[in-house]
Design a protein around this ligand. Structure first.
Ligand code: NAD
Length: 368
């Protein structure tokens, strides 16, 4: 039995409505919040979904803004804010993935208006009080209770159209939140419980979705896992995996979920030797001897790219990536060692399968 020592746990207060057909509850959720004029947000490709939400809201719609794009640029937020103001909106409904939810959070940060968020991917942003925005080519990340959505409606039906490839990488992006929560500096038993349950659910569901994207039970399990992963992300600090993906994505313009999918096995292998308790938990949850290799194999099962080179990063960029990864030191269970970090990035670039023997340049994982 793991030892329970002292810890601090902060719950993020949000209401979660989960199930099939729950989208229909959007009007009653708006009523619960006493909102009568909601601006509906989406990306351009998901405008149809926004129109459906507007219909369901009946007389409570202030309009639709379908201009959400990746990385939450501040100028798009300004456009949406102007519509908020001229339409007299008193709340926001966001339907979509992390990009649309980012716009919703950016508006809430500036207006403190309530948000009803309806996620359609597994990214997990809806459960965090964190916002990343871009301005003049730079990304600024901040945290505030204003950013956390008041209500999250998870409707499994909306995820049925998520393409299998995006389902796989989005789901592994979610698993990364849970894996890093297990060895977070501020980890605690509640978050650990959620993280292991989330990893178990997604590890089983994602290959099933690849085989049959209309498998409703697998879709439900994946969305449930994604919710828990988002809660982990919003509750404890992240380490080398998230920092590295942030650096790689921002510097070399690599795609978000795909980059997470490539890097995760290597980040876990890097930390494995110093977190033997976490490796033991993952072995038990994944029913495997080598969790890092199992996550690499999972990426293969969902048909994801497994190398940074396949994502378009040049080999000559490995040194710059290493320098940038070490530029702003942060907490990680294993100290940031330049040669080993370079090795991690080089392995991810080549797409090597982590092995119990390399263990990120450390002693044998089997002894962990
Ligand atoms: P996304 O929101 O950019 O969506 C990807 C594409 O898939 C879009 O074109 C979208 O319209 C489409 N799409 C979404 N759901 C669909 C569905 N069910 N069916 C068909 N198409 C669908 O991608 P994402 O991976 O959800 O989010 C990534 C962004 O979220 C990144 O910018 C990342 O930084 C951010 N994020 C933020 C946090 C946080 O806590 N702040 C957490 C995770 C991710």
């Amino acid at each position: 039995m793991p030892a329970i020592t002292s810890f601090t746990y902060t719950a993020n207060p949000s209401r979660v409505v989960f199930g099939s057909g729950t989208l229909r509850q959007v009007a009653s959720e708006a009523e619960r919040l006493s909102l009568s004029r909601l601006l509906v947000l989406s990306t351009a490709p998901q405008k149809d979904s926004a129109e459906r939400v507007a219909q369901l809201l009946a007389g409570r719609t202030a309009g639709i803004f379908s201009g959400a794009v990746m990385h939450t640029p501040v100028d798009i937020t300004q456009q949406a804010l102007e519509i908020m103001s001229t339409s007299g909106a008193d709340g926001i409904v966001a339907i979509g993935g992390g990009s649309t939810i980012g716009l919703s959070k950016a508006i809430a940060l500036r207006t403190d208006l309530p948000q009803i968020v309806i996620p359609t991917t597994y990214a997990g942003s809806e459960m965090t009080p964190i916002l990343g925005e871009t301005k003049d080519g730079g990304k600024v990340t901040q945290s505030s209770p204003r950013i956390l959505p008041e209500v999250v409606i998870y409707d499994v039906d909306l995820t049925m159209t998520l393409p299998p490839a995006l389902s796989g990488t989005s789901g592994i992006n979610a698993i990364a939140h849970a894996v890093e929560a297990l060895y977070a500096e501020d980890r605690n038993p509640i978050v650990t419980m959620m993280a292991l349950e989330a990893i178990r659910a997604l590890y089983e569901a994602l290959p099933a979705i690849t085989i049959d994207p209309s498998d409703r039970a697998a879709r439900s399990a994946a969305l449930y896992g994604a919710w828990l992963c988002g809660t982990c992300l919003g509750s404890v600090g992240m380490s080398i995996h998230h920092k590295l993906c942030h650096t790689l994505g921002g510097t070399f313009d690599l795609p978000h979920a795909e980059t997470h999918t490539v890097v995760l096995p290597h980040a876990l292998a890097y930390n494995a030797s110093v977190v033997p308790d976490v490796i033991a938990q993952l072995r038990s949850t994944l029913q495997t001897e080598d969790p890092a290799a199992a996550l690499y194999d999972l990426a293969g099962k969902v048909g994801a790219k497994r190398s940074l080179s396949d994502l378009g990063m040049a080999e000559s960029a490995i040194d710059e990536a290493t320098t940038r990864a070490l530029a702003n030191p942060y907490w990680n269970p294993r100290p940031l060692e330049q040669a080993a970090i370079r090795d991690l990035i080089a392995r991810a670039w080549r797409g090597d399968r982590p092995s119990a023997d390399d263990n990120g340049g450390r002693s044998n994982i089997k002894d962990a």
